[in-house]
Design a protein around this ligand. Structure first.
Ligand code: ZN
Length: 70
């Protein structure tokens, strides 16, 4: 699988927002096509993340659906 990274800055560090609470964010890295969530994230607490999930770059202003990266 291709390396997934930000099309603007090349970072593989992203976050997604909780659809029910915009102040709640979930940081993750994309590594070898997998989402590696930050250790601060409680996995039982994760929102559903799929190809349609709006994803935000941690380093720059890029955001878009996860599927764009793939
Ligand atoms: Zn970026």
């Amino acid at each position: 699988m291709a390396e997934l990274k930000c099309p603007l800055c090349g970072s593989n560090s992203f976050y997604a927002k909780d659809p029910t609470d915009p102040y709640e964010i979930y940081e993750f890295d994309l590594s070898e096509g997998k989402m590696i969530f930050s250790s601060e994230v409680d996995e039982s607490d994760l929102p559903e993340v799929d190809q349609e999930t709006e994803t935000y770059c941690n380093r720059c202003a890029w955001h878009g659906k996860l599927k764009i990266l793939g």
